[in-house]
Design a protein around this ligand. Structure first.
Ligand code: SAM
Length: 273
């Protein structure tokens, strides 16, 4: 069955980059994430992923950081079975299917209303246990969420599109709403910001990114007094690198020797509050 490609703004359409990255990873002989749902959505919409010019290395990095964010959410929910999970800027990602939270936890996908509507069209029902169609820079999207349960918020690919003050306000709103929790997002270094201006794969989002970049993982601790770094995941040092194709594996093994070099690439930052 084929499905129409939803009409989205350029900002919303950035979701294709990460979705297609995960779909392409799934087509590799040794996928890092193995996201079959992403692959199915790309196939059934017939989305022309070739126009995005995603090299297999980028597909692997997109899949790898998604896997790390899945682990953060899964571990938090294992420790707090009554947790509230939030996917901030969820796009068409079916993280809830991958992490499969227990019935005692609640998972919310938040993105613009058009994106949440597209999720309902294109993803299986259980991929969006709760969908909130809202601009995350607004203040009302949290209103209907419980205030008395620990929360884990993950943001995969969102941070680039927020100005630093918008990210800080978002963090403040989450911390003042929930009693405790974790916030995790893919790191976005100033090197990555510069690369985004020139890399062919980032052409679709070149003019949309607003975030200045983070080189010091402790810098976000200054965003809010309760925010504390729990873990900086340097993806070059993660076990999945062993399954990368040989040249990419070698590059990652070499970069892994230096934290500074590793920070320029794929990282996931995890904070508690
Ligand atoms: C690169 S995509 C990543 C999507 C998804 N997390 C993934 O990994 O496939 C960025 C997503 O952030 C969403 N987004 C950006 N700014 C937003 C905002 N202010 N409010 C809600 N969603 C936003 C976009 O609509 C888009 O779906």
């Amino acid at each position: 069955m084929t499905c129409a490609i939803p009409a989205l703004t350029p900002l919303q359409a950035s979701l294709w980059l990460t979705l297609c990255g995960r779909a392409l990873d799934n087509r590799l002989p040794h996928p890092i994430l193995g996201d079959k749902t992403a692959d199915e959505v790309v196939r059934k919409t017939g989305y022309d992923y070739k126009q995005l010019r995603i090299p297999s290395s980028s597909a692997i990095y997109i899949a790898h950081r998604a896997r790390k964010l899945d682990e953060v959410a899964r571990r938090f929910i294992a420790r707090h079975p009554d947790a509230v999970g939030l996917d901030l800027g969820a796009g068409l990602d079916s993280r809830a299917l991958r992490i499969s939270p227990p019935p005692t936890a609640d998972w919310y996908d938040i993105d613009f209303p058009e994106v949440i509507a597209a999720r309902r069209e294109l993803l299986p029902d259980d991929a969006t246990p709760h969908g909130i169609g809202a601009d995350l820079t607004g203040s009302t999207w949290l209103d209907t969420l419980p205030t008395d349960r620990p929360a884990v918020a993950v943001a995969d690919g969102l941070i680039a599109f927020l100005a630093e003050e918008e990210m800080i306000s978002l963090v403040h709103r989450i911390i003042s709403h929930f009693p405790s929790g974790e916030i995790a997002f893919n790191g976005y270094s100033t090197f990555a910001v510069r690369m985004q201006k020139i890399a062919p794969v980032a052409q679709a989002i070149r003019d949309l990114s607003k975030f200045p970049g983070i080189d010091d993982p402790r810098a976000p601790e200054r965003w809010h007094p309760k925010l504390k770094l729990v873990r900086e995941i340097l993806c070059t040092r993660e076990p999945e690198v062993a399954r990368f194709p040989p040249v990419l594996r070698l590059m990652n093994r070499l970069s892994a020797r230096s934290a500074t070099l590793s920070r320029k690439g794929n990282t996931v930052l995890v904070y508690r509050f």
